[in-house]
Design a protein around this ligand. Structure first.
Ligand code: UTP
Length: 409
């Protein structure tokens, strides 16, 4: 290996990589060297050190966040807000970004989650196809083709693009569908060492859906949408098969409330439901995970008997383009998750561990919300807008999601 590469490995205690050299062909060594030169080992070291720290206990001021319940809006008010939103959509100032860079480990499907096929009342449909159906519906309704940007990861980019090509974009205008790849970070074992994958390269994984801000800008698409005079971007998850993502109501609400970020929520079913909810922490909008919400607060109700911390985050956000510009250069914090990941031994054996063995570092899209004073929140009905496909079976599985999807047909 080149001296400067060895120096890096020595500096960051990663010289175990040199023990693999005998397994590698000349070209694989070259690729590995290139990869090592690109990795920010300084950052990785800091991230690893953080996994050893006990979480800092801070007395944060957690408060309720205001929201608007769609069900309680008068017909007149709803119409007024929808008119504001419809104008934006009709004038082609609206686009959609779908986060599809995840690994979908819980679902256990071998390809990108969007290529998962569901048996609906309307026949077999891929998740990506279900999304395209909504774009086609909007085309009929507004007489425009809303642009769709899909965030992929290195792991699934090629397969995602090929899937759309092979299915002829399910009859949608292919020029309106673009892909961009999010960033990656190496996985680290419990000693802070990088591991190698089957291809004898350092094993990296998508760096979380918070990677959207940096990668969308880097891809050149932020500049493109600016030129197209797109002002509002709806961001959703690939696994919500009834996501109502071309919705003039949330747009109208966010514009009228003079906010730069909007979000949809559904009502938490009971204080113990394991979900993240919107709230304010130290006066800034945030999402608090169930594990961090003190039981006393989780059970607190307002004067109408509704949970005070009851607005569940469903991963449906609306951003003004200025937000994507502001956040393009911001570093979001990484959260470490301890996961299972196969790795190569120095003797060439490929090991599939039975229990978690590596740290994976991810940033979350909503960690950026606290940079703003407020977020417009629209509570919608769960059965109308939230049917996630997360798990192979049980809750939030294809079975539960299809039921909700079929009920809406
Ligand atoms: P999840 O947190 O549910 O992760 O992602 P996942 O990868 O789909 O599934 P598991 O946890 O491995 O089973 C929520 C949304 O964020 C996207 C996912 O594609 C999904 O739409 N995501 C997640 C990314 O785009 N990139 C990531 O690095 C992680």
């Amino acid at each position: 290996m080149e001296k400067k590469v060895v120096n890096i490995l020595e500096k960051y205690n990663q010289t175990h990589i040199l023990n693999y050299i005998n397994l590698l062909k000349q070209e694989e060594i070259k690729n590995l060297e290139k990869q090592i030169l690109k990795i920010d080992f300084e950052e990785l070291q800091t991230l690893y050190e953080k996994t050893k720290e006990k979480p800092e206990i801070r007395e944060n001021k957690i408060e309720h966040i205001n929201y608007i319940n769609k069900e309680k809006l008068s017909t007149k008010k709803k119409q007024e807000l929808e008119d504001i939103g419809s104008n934006v959509i009709k004038n082609e100032h609206y686009a959609v970004i779908t986060l599809a860079g995840g690994q979908g480990t819980r679902l256990g499907h071998s390809g990108p989650k969007g290529t998962y096929m569901l048996n609906t009342k309307n026949g077999q449909k891929y998740i990506f196809e279900i999304f395209i159906d909504s774009f086609k519906k909007a085309k009929t309704e507004y007489n425009i083709e809303v642009p769709w940007y899909i965030m992929t990861s290195k792991e699934n980019h090629k397969e995602t693009v090929e899937f759309f090509e092979n299915h002829n974009y399910f009859g949608y205008n292919k020029n309106k569908v673009k892909f961009f790849m999010q960033g990656e970070l190496p996985l680290l074992d419990t000693n802070g060492k990088v591991i190698l994958n089957k291809e004898k390269q350092i094993k990296e994984a998508a760096n979380g859906n918070g990677g959207i801000y940096e990668s969308f800008a880097k891809s050149g698409l932020l500049e493109e949408i600016k030129q197209k005079q797109i002002e509002w971007i709806f961001v959703n998850n690939i696994d919500n098969i009834i996501s109502n993502f071309i919705d003039p109501l949330l747009l109208g609400l966010t514009i009228q409330e003079k906010q730069k970020i909007g979000a949809k929520s559904v009502a938490k079913t009971n204080p113990k439901e394991k979900v993240g909810v919107f709230c304010k922490i130290d006066e800034k909008p945030q999402i608090i995970e169930y594990i961090d919400l003190p039981e006393k607060l989780a059970e607190k109700k307002d004067e109408n008997g509704e949970l005070l911390y009851g607005e569940v985050n469903i991963g449906a956000y609306l951003f003004n383009i200025s937000v994507l510009e502001d956040l393009a250069r911001i570093k979001l914090p990484y959260h470490a998750a301890f996961k299972k990941s196969a790795y190569l031994l120095e003797n060439g054996e490929y090991i599939e561990p039975e229990s978690p063995n590596v740290y994976k570092f991810e940033s979350f899209i909503f960690d950026a919300f606290k940079r703003y004073n407020n977020v417009s929140i629209l509570r919608v009905k769960r059965e109308e807008e939230f049917a996630p496909v997360k798990n192979k079976e049980g809750t939030d599985s294809p079975e539960t999601a299809i039921k909700l999807y079929n009920a809406k047909l």
